[in-house]
Design a binder for this molecule. Structure first.
Ligand SMILES: Nc1ncnc2c1ncn2[C@@H]1O[C@H](COP(=O)(O)OP(=O)(O)O)[C@@H](O)[C@H]1O
Ligand SMILES: [Mg+2]
Length: 405
């Protein structure tokens, strides 16, 4: 650990306090900032005043060391600081456009959408992309992947790494996976992540899903405020870690389609406003046939824009890439068909059946499956995402109204 970050490098923090903090999982000055005075007081039994003093000292110490920004800075200084924010390319033109270059560090990006819309694929892809060199759009950093749904697949990482011509073994080595078994465990992982982040030069933290365990453990109205409070704690922790350690953070959140609900804000993700208010960026993924639509929602500086992307062996891909592949396979299939037709056909029938059949299958099939898919599904559904989202609600829609969040 950097000498400067040791707890006892703070004036007035002796061995007793250091031990008290360490026992509670607070190992360095960064951890003090991440946890904040209320938490520190709760977990150590220290007086709130004392905790506040220590956390303030920690903040001052890090500001002086140039590790975190000052409390008051001019807008031009802030502008300069923002220029140094890291960006992780998504490896696609479409999503890089949406993100204005890539996924930002020191920010929490919430990705929400229905089951199967590609949230986990996105998280996997970014876990590979962050490891690329700066020239290639990465940050040469490691990943802390908090998996709450048991959907992390090293096999997918290998495929994505290979598609990007990276050494799969090295890529796997740089991803620390933490399987969270319940919401308290999920929070604990994050509370104790400081050392792992430092030791592995973690530049991306994934919480997939961030909300699922909280939702399943705290059902019903009675427990709702506890759930929101605990979720709030988790999400704030994630933001503070991202800011303090200059990491990008992704929190995924699932929404359910429910055709029978006709009130409330239908686009609201399950985590409700707790996650929404805390996230810096919010991206909404939606299925559109084989393609996917990503929309930037509520960004402080991006326009509310939509792009089309696709999912493939390489993870998140540009729609053109997916089309190329479809075209190839469709063409192969139709040529094969045409050949079969030719060999099967007897002489006099050649004119009557083979020729038109070839015409009828080859050309239009390509058109019918490949080209117009974009037109047919994308254009109208872009509109469709806005309106019919009336059926997007959180799955406990019956017991939770928009006032609950
Ligand atoms: N190896 C793969 N090649 C192509 N597409 C894949 C592959 N693995 C998963 N997918 C796509 O990803 C989808 C699942 O996306 P996922 O990210 O798991 O959804 P969720 O939003 O629920 O996390 C599948 O329906 C499939 O379309
Ligand atoms: Mg998933």
């Amino acid at each position: 650990m950097v000498e400067d970050l040791r707890l006892d490098s703070l004036e007035g923090v002796g061995p007793v306090t250091t031990r008290k903090l360490s026992d509670a999982g607070v190992h360095n000055v960064m951890d003090l900032i991440v946890r904040g005075p209320v938490d520190i007081s709760e977990i150590t039994g220290m007086e709130k005043d004392t905790a506040e003093k220590i956390v303030n000292k920690a903040r001052k110490h890090l500001v002086e060391g140039g590790l975190i920004a000052k409390d008051f800075i001019s807008a031009s200084e802030l502008y300069k600081t923002r220029q140094s924010i890291g960006k992780i390319s998504t490896g696609t033109n479409c999503l890089d456009t949406l993100f204005d270059g890539g996924l930002e560090t020191r920010a929490l990006t919430e990705v929400y959408g229905e089951f199967g819309c590609g949230k986990t694929q996105f998280a996997h892809t970014m876990s590979v992309m962050v490891q690329k060199t700066k020239e290639e759009g990465g940050l040469e950093g490691g990943v802390l992947y908090i998996d709450t749904e048991n959907t992390f697949r090293p096999e997918r990482i290998v495929q994505i790494a290979q598609a990007h011509e990276m050494d799969p073994e090295k890529v796997l080595d740089n991803i620390i996976v933490a399987r969270a078994y319940n919401s308290a465990h999920q929070t604990l992982i994050l509370e104790e992540a400081g050392t792992i982040i430092e030791e592995n030069n973690v530049k991306l933290i994934v919480a997939d899903s961030a909300v699922g365990l909280f939702r399943s453990e705290y059902l019903g109205r009675g427990t709702l405020s506890v759930r929101q409070q605990k979720l709030n704690h988790f999400v704030h922790l994630l933001v503070r870690i991202a800011e303090t350690y200059d990491c990008a953070a992704i929190a995924t959140n699932q929404v359910m389609a429910s055709p029978d609900v006709f009130f409330g804000d239908p686009t609201r993700p399950i985590g409700g406003n707790v996650v929404a208010h805390t996230s810096t960026y919010r991206i909404y993924f939606k299925k559109s046939g084989k393609k996917r639509i990503a929309r930037m929602v509520d960004s402080p500086h991006h326009p509310e824009e939509e792009v089309i992307f696709a999912l493939g062996e390489a993870g998140i891909i540009d729609p053109e890439e997916a089309e190329k592949k479809t075209k190839k396979t469709t063409k192969k299939a139709t040529t094969k068909k045409a050949k079969e037709a030719k060999t099967k056909a007897t002489e006099p029938e050649v004119e009557a059946t083979v020729e038109p059949e070839v015409e009828a299958t080859v050309e239009p099939e390509v058109e019918a499956t490949v080209e117009p898919e974009v037109e047919a599904t994308v254009e109208p559904e872009v509109e469709a995402t806005v309106e019919p989202e009336v059926d997007m609600v959180e799955d406990h829609g019956a017991d939770i109204t928009s006032d609950d969040f």
